[in-house]
Design a protein around this ligand. Sequence first.
Ligand code: MG
Length: 364
Amino acid sequence: MKRLLFPTIMLALLFQSCDKTAQLTYEPFTGELRHAFGISTNTRTTTPIVLTRITLDGKTGYGEAALPPYLKETQESVCSFLKLAEPVINSCTEPLNVDSIMQVVNDLAPGNHAAKASIDIALHDLYGKLQDKPLWQLWDIDPNATPCTSYTIGYDACDSIVLLKVHEADWAKILKVKLGREEAEDKRMINLIRSVSDKPIYVDANQGWLTKEHALMMCQWLAEQGVVLIEQPMPKHMDEEHAWLCEQVELPIIADEACQTYADVARLQPYYDGINIKLMKCGGVAEARKMIALARELGMQIMIGCMTETRAGISAATVLSPLVDYADLDGHVLLGNDPYDGIQIVDGKLTLVDKPGTGVSPLH
Ligand code: MG
C-alpha cells in the first residue's frame, strides 16, 4: 500500500504544479491566400505564420506571429525567440500580470516584434479568459464604437480578377487598393474599380512612388476619384518629402512602413498626418495601446492595420479599433484556412463578441 501511495502523491503534486503554472506551445502554420496577393514589391499565394497558445488553469489564450517578407522575421526566428521565452512564460502563475511578464519577454532580445506580439496577444486573451470577461470590457472600451474595416484589393495585371475581387468585397463599405506601380497601372486599377463601385477608397502605395512630384500628381488625381487617404506614398526614409506632400494635399498621408514601434510616433509627427499601427510591427496589444494614446496626444490620425493574420491577431486588434479613426482589419478574410473563430464583420463593421478575452477559440 505504502509503495503505491508514494507515486500517487508525487503524480498529484506534479499535476497540480503543471495546472498552476502557464504553458507556452507554438507551431509554424502556412496561411493560404484566397487570391494571389500583389503589392508594389511582390506577389504571394501563401503566408508564413506561427501560432502560439498559452494555457493556465484550464484556460487557453491564442496568439500568432504573422510574417510578411518585409519584416525580416521568419518562422525559424520566431520559434527560436519563443524557445527563449518558454521558461519565462512557463513560470507564470495567477494572477497574470501581463505588463510585467511582457517587460521580461521584451528584454530577452531586441527586435523580434512579431514573435513578441504572438506572446502578448495570447497573454491578453488568456488574461480575459481567466477573469471570464471580454478584454474590451476590462479596458472599458465601447464595443459599439467599432469602425467599418476596409477590404484590400491587391494589384493584379488581369482586369477580370480585379473585378472579381471587387465583386467578392460586396460586403465591405470601404475598399483599400494597393498601388505604387507606374502611373498607367495605378490609374488602370482605380478606373477599373470605379467602373463598378463608388465606395470610399483607401490607397496604399507601399513606398512605390519615388519622387514627391509623382506622389503629388497621383494624390491630386486620386482625390478626384473619391480616395479618402493615402498610406506610405514614398520610401520610408523620405521624411521631408512626406512633410512637403502633407502641405500640398488635403488627403491624410499615413505612415505605415515608416512607423514600426512606439519610438517612431513622436518622431514622425512633423512629417505625416497619421500613423498605421499593426500588432506585428509594434510587438502587441499593450504597445499598440500606448501608441494610440501618444498619437492622440500629438493630434495625429490613427489607422489600425494588420498583416495577413488569422482571427487570433485580428480579434486582438479589433479590441483597440474603437479608439482609432480608420481600420484595415481584413487579414483573416484574405485567408482560406483561418483555424479560429473570433470577431465578426457584420455589414462591413467590425463587431466585438461578448466572449472572454479577445473572443478567440479554435474552429476544430
Ligand atoms: Mg500599408
